[in-house]
Each structure stands twice: as C-alpha cells, then as structure tokens.
Write a protein that binds this ligand. Sequence first.
Ligand SMILES: [Fe+2]
Length: 292
Amino acid sequence: MFYTDGKLQYPVRVEKPDPVFARALQQAIGGVEGEIRVAMQYMFQAFGARGPVKYRDMLLNTATEELGHIEMLATAVALNLENAPLSLQEEISADAVGGGVLNGMDFRHLLSTGLAALPADANGVPFCASHVYASGNIAADMYANVTAEASGRVLAVRLYNMTDDPGMKDMLSFLIARDTMHQQQWLAAIEELGGAAALPIPDSFPQEQENRDFSYVYLGHMTDGTIPEGRWSSGPSMDGRSEFTGQVSKPLGGEPSLAPARPDGGAQTGQVSKSGMGGMLGQVEGAIERRL
Ligand SMILES: [Fe+2]
C-alpha cells in the first residue's frame, strides 16, 4: 500500500520557463538514467526480496522516494512549458530566424500532453522496462543500483550545467545530493553483505564446480600477443581467494560444425543435402569431415 500527502519532496521552482530544457529534463524522467528506472528497479527488487526483511524495507522506502523524484521532475517539465509557443506564428514572430524553440522542444509536449511531462526520454522514446534490473540476488542487485545511481548522477550534473535558472539549479542540487546518498547506501549494503567476500556472485554456487583454471585469469585477445596490464592481471584477486594472472587467449575448441538443415525447415536446397549447390557443398562436406 502506498500513501501520499500531495506535496513535493523538495521545492520545484522555475524562474524562466524554457521548453527546450523541459525536453532535456525528460531524460531524467523516462531515460535509461532516469527516475522511472530507479523507482521501478527498487520496487521490483523489493517485491521479490527473499531473506532478511530489512533489505525489502530499505528498497521499498527508496523506491517510494524515487516516485517523488518523478513527481518533482514532471512538475519541473510542466513549469518549464508554461510560456511555450503554441503556434508556429507565435514562435516565428518571437524569433527572426524562426522556429528555434519549436524545433528544439518536444512536439508531444504541445500535441499529446497539453504542456505536461511524458513517461519518455529526451528523444520522446517511451520508458523501456528492459532497463529495470531485479535479479533476485541481493548482491547483484546492489551493484546494479550503484551503477544506476552513478549514471543518474552523471545525467543530473549535466542537466545542472545546462541551465542557468536558479530554481532548476536548486532542484537539481537536491537530486544530485540524493544520488550521492543512494550510491553510498547501496555500497553500504554491499559492505554489510560481506563486501568483497560476497564475491563471486552468487556465493551459493560451489567454486569447485566451476573450471577454476579460468576463474582468475585475464585473457588477452590482441593479435600482437600483448596484454593490457593492470590491477586485473596481477596481484591478489578481489575476493582474496586467488591471484590474478594474464595470458594470451588461445582457441581451446575446434570450429563449430552443425548438421545440414532439416528438409522441412525452410532452408535452401544446398543447406539440406551434401549434393546441393556447389559452394554450399564444399562447406557442408568440410564441416562434416571436421566433425568426423
Ligand atoms: Fe532519484
């Protein structure tokens, strides 16, 4: 169950409405880095949370806060659209070059919403729920959340630098601060889950069952045989369970070899039998020979 008191989490003030900035703000609502994404991500992680209930509670509280951020940004979009030109003539008369603002703004703010926000990004692409990560593994989800807050803060900083409206800068300074806290919060949860000792994720799978020859080796794929050296190619592994090494990757398997296509599978004749098309014949035979 959710409650609201109808008030904004933080004041939203626009001194100089700017319909082009309204479009830019859409990225923070419905973009990959936006508030719908984190609200849904934390919400679905909470809905599926198993184990200690405090993680579910923490996620739900922050998911609810993120709903409030959508509300703030949607309000900011609407306030930035208050002086938007509603006709081409209006815009052209205001600007000798003609169409400057109209060309820069999202037409759907005029045509579809009547000067209000959309659940879409700055290019008008509707929010895509594929960006919502909720794996059922608390550690994996916490790392995904750090990334979400990091890219969200990058976007908020870019928006902050894009505007000189004091009200918008004030609102964004609050959102940037919350992104700071949320990065800290997810990292704190990771520490509580054991930090590096929680690796590799999932820690419930016995490492004896993985091919341990390859667990801590950085594989180089450069044709000249060089390996980009770094923390990842030498020294103790992050989980403290082994040592990193670096080596040039070599093919350990042969060429893939598939059987001819099934006769009723809609393939070309030459794909179906060995006596098919000339070029195809050689390839199929070669593949079969290699397999034998
Ligand atoms: Fe947020």
